[in-house]
Design a binder for this molecule. Structure first.
Ligand code: SAM
Length: 226
């Protein structure tokens, strides 16, 4: 394993711009190249922090093709940072393939600790946080019911990422597998102006969210089976 870190995985704020660490900003200013999932939104964030670097587009549609080139540049001595649109890369975002490819080539990778949506959601929920499973996004169509039936007997706390327009439909589906009385929590717009945390049974959450047009980003935390 090389001594020098050649790939830094750098979390970025999930809403509140103050949630960027000093170290993250320093490393982004120091590396040779920055790989960004969305160069436009990352460009805006970086402007705020005076990070003036050319961004290289790295997203789920090109990551398979670009990895070889990145590895070649790293072998020539270049250092890279990887950022996603928001939060920690490789958590429901591109990053895993590049990290794995570097590790296979004995290239040193370092992931900085920092913002990610599921940790504050889990802690805010008040649901047991000693053991949990992160499910990310459920499959939209194929495999969705299979995944939910596999989780029906799960005893650990479960965490799901969800889009606002699917929230109510998903809450209904969760009641089919976990029962309407299962305790859960919906965290919406974490760290942002209209942050909202709603706790209650799945049935109560449906009543709350069915009444309005749901907007923003969402994490659902569901208690495990007792
Ligand atoms: N890499 C990110 C992370 O570390 O959390 C996740 C990226 S994933 C493409 C985007 C999803 O994360 C959103 O659809 C939502 O489920 C969740 N998310 C991101 N930011 C959020 C926020 N501020 N509040 C609630 N959920 C959020």
């Amino acid at each position: 394993m090389s001594e020098k870190t050649s790939l830094y995985v750098v979390p970025t704020p999930i809403g509140n711009l103050e949630d960027f660490t000093f170290r993250a900003v320093r490393i982004l200013k120091e590396v040779d190249f920055i790989l960004a999932e969305d160069t436009r939104s990352t460009g805006n964030l970086f402007k705020h922090y005076g990070i003036d670097k050319k961004l290289i587009s790295h997203h789920q549609f090109n990551e398979h093709k670009t990895i070889e080139n990145i590895l070649d540049r790293i072998k020539d001595g270049a250092t890279f940072a990887l950022v996603s649109d928001a939060g920690t890369p490789a958590i429901s975002d591109p990053g895993f393939l590049l990290v794995r490819a570097c590790i296979r080539e004995n290239i040193r990778v370092e992931c900085l600790p920092g913002p990610t949506a599921f940790v504050p959601a889990l802690v805010n929920s008040g649901i047991a946080s000693d053991h949990f499973v992160f499910e990310g996004f459920l499959p939209h169509k194929k495999g969705r019911h299979t995944r939910l039936s596999e989780l029906a007997d799960e005893k650990r706390t479960m965490i799901f990422y969800e889009s606002p327009h699917r929230l109510v439909k998903s809450l209904y589906q969760l009641t089919e597998y976990f029962g309407a009385d299962r305790f859960a929590c919906v965290c919406r717009e974490l760290t942002k102006l209209y942050e909202e945390t709603v706790r209650g049974s799945l049935a109560e959450l449906i009543i709350h969210f069915e009444k309005k047009r749901v907007k923003g980003e969402i994490v659902i935390v569901v208690e495990g089976k007792k």
